[in-house]
Structures are given as C-alpha cells and as structure tokens.
Design a protein around this ligand. Structure first.
Ligand code: ZN
Length: 344
C-alpha cells in the first residue's frame, strides 16, 4: 500500500513537476491584450508506461478499406507480423475522453452547465475539433489551433508512440484462414427489400480479446493534474472503446507499469524485445516486461528512466502508482480555484 504522501514525494521531489499556474491563461504583454497560456520553457518531463489488453474485439484501422471489407492495421516488427495501434488513434480517443472528464468535473465543481463556465474562463466553449479555445487544460495538453483565423496556437505537450501487439498476428488476428475466420456483419446501407447478397454483408478482421499492446506516453512540463487527468481519461477510454466501431468493440483494460519524472531509455520496440527474449513458459513474455517495472527489479533488467537535469528520476513502479487516479478531484479543485482567481 503506497500512501498519498509517498506517491507525491516520489514525483515532486527535486521540483520535477510544473506548477498548476502554467495551465492558467494570462493577458499577453503586447497591445492586443489577448489572453494566452504562459510560455513554459522548463524541462520537466513525465513518462507513463503500461500495457493495454483488449477485452473485446478490436479494429485498429487507419486506412480506407474496400466498401464492405475491413482489414486491421498490421506491420512487420521484430520478425513477426503484428497488429498495429497507431499513436494518432490513441491520442484522439484519449483526448476526447479527457475533454469529457474536464466538462463533467467542471459541472461537479461549479454546478450549472460546463459551457457557461468555459465561456467565463476561456472566452468560448471549447469544442473539438473546430471550436477550440487554445486556452484550456485540454488544449494545453493535447495542442490546439484557432481554426477560424489562425491567431493563436498551442503545441501539444503530450507525446504518443505507435505500438504493436506482443502476440504475433497469426495468433491475435481473426481473419481469412485463421481458426475463427473473418467476421461477418450487416452493412448499414443494406436494402431490406432485396434478397440478401454479398453487398449486404460486411466482412471484417479483428484483433482478438486478450491481446496486449505496450505503450509509452510522455508529457512535457507535466503538472500533477495532467498526470492524474490522463490516467483517468485512459480508464474512461478503455470502457468506451478505441478503434473502428468503438460503440461495440475496442474495449481495453490498462495496467500501468510506471509513472516517472524521467524520459525512458527504452522504447515500445525494446519492450517487445524483452517479451521475445523471455524463455520461461509464461504468456508471450509479458512477465518479462512486468519484471522490468517491479520496485525490487535487479538493475540488470530494470527499465531505465533518465533525468539529465535533476540527476535521478523519481519513479512509481507497478502498483505504487495506483493511488494517483484518486487525486483527480483535489488537483482539479486547485486548477479551478486558480482559473477563478485569474478572472478576478
Ligand atoms: Zn480549450
């Protein structure tokens, strides 16, 4: 059991997190008197590492398919064809969940309708993708552009990486020739007055449940609110679904392996290599990946995080980070208090 105090001291020692004030818009010093997020050039990086496991059929699709056939993304990595889960999709879904979370926290904290509070704080109700405000927490983390006239933009502070299934495609994808075969559904445009034929059916491959994708997400100039907000957004995204047809598929559960104030000295590929090297009869080498993130892991196999500025990274290993999600309400309250103060 890791206490809140030890969680916080691991992350905040040596001043490794950005203060909440970096999320509060300020009036710019030029004549426009326009508000903007304060420039933030301090090197404070937080890395979240974990494994996402499919709990339902998953359709990672980033290309146009034939009209009534869908093939999941696959790529040859480390001598195996694997299912591919691209960074852009991960980011888009987590961003949307983060915004939903942000809105409902606003209503819980301040009552009323989120749009009214957003208007007061940011000048407009921030809506994805064409009505972004460029000033709010979500925009600050995921990046933003005023799309009507490009007058303001903020860079994304969050970095996602493409990831690939630990399991080879021949084991984890249901498709023509696999044991399960390709899946068959109805097309939306089916003409019910006609006899059913090929055109009324939709054929699709899918990634099977119990397939694992290691992930690494890096946040620059991270506040504690960014970290706990993202962890909560990931849980919500897992329940709502990633990928194509996410209303009925693409559900996950996520195991967080580390939260660190350093940058990773390993990649998604390294994690797949660890799994590949594992010669124990464990499930697909997943235990070897987990071993690297155990608090008592020997240095020879431990995942390395580096903080070149502060000397040593503060890292919560495995379940040590479990208490972080529970800090959301408290961190959000301090954000909202600072926003209200900036209006006064
Ligand atoms: Zn916004």
């Amino acid at each position: 059991m890791t206490t809140e105090l030890s969680i916080l001291s691991t992350l905040t020692e040596r001043n490794a997190l950005a203060p909440i004030q970096t999320l509060i818009p300020e009036v710019q010093s030029d004549k426009s008197a326009k508000k903007a997020l304060p420039p933030n050039y301090v090197q404070k990086t937080v890395t979240i590492v974990g494994i996402k496991r499919t709990t339902a059929r998953f359709l990672p699709v980033s290309h146009e398919g034939d009209s009534n056939e869908t093939y999941v993304d696959k790529v040859e990595v480390l001598e195996n064809s694997r299912a591919e889960f691209i960074a852009r999709k991960l980011k888009a879904i987590e961003r949307r969940e983060h915004m939903r979370l942000f809105r409902s926290l606003t209503e819980q904290e301040r009552g009323g309708v989120w749009k009214d509070h957003f208007k007061t704080w940011f000048g407009r109700p921030c809506e994805i993708p064409n009505e972004l405000c460029t000033l709010c927490w979500n925009d600050s983390l995921f990046g933003s552009l005023e799309t009507d006239k490009v007058k303001a933009a903020t860079f994304s502070r969050i970095r996602y990486f493409d990831t690939y299934s630990v399991e080879p495609a021949e084991d984890c994808i249901a498709r023509l020739g696999s044991e399960e075969g390709i899946a068959v559904g109805n097309t939306v445009a089916e003409n019910l007055s006609k006899a059913r034929g090929d055109s009324s059916l939709h054929y699709y491959e899918y990634v099977k449940p119990d397939t694992h994708f290691p992930f690494i997400t890096v946040i620059e100039n991270a506040t504690l609110l960014d970290i706990v907000g993202l962890l909560n957004a990931i849980s919500a995204a897992d329940a709502r679904g990633y990928g194509k047809y996410s209303a009925s598929s693409g559900k996950f559960d996520t195991e967080v392996l580390a939260v660190s104030t350093g940058v990773p000295r390993f990649s998604v590929l390294t994690m797949l290599e660890w799994a590949k090297e594992d010669d124990r009869p464990s499930a697909q080498g997943l235990d070897r990946i987990r071993d690297a993130f155990k608090p008592d892991a020997p240095v020879s196999i431990r995942a390395r995080f580096e903080d070149n500025v502060r000397g040593e990274a503060g890292t919560l290993w495995g379940p040590q980070s479990d208490g972080l999600r529970g800090l959301l309400r408290r961190e959000f309250e301090s954000y909202v208090a600072a926003l209200d103060h900036s209006k006064a």
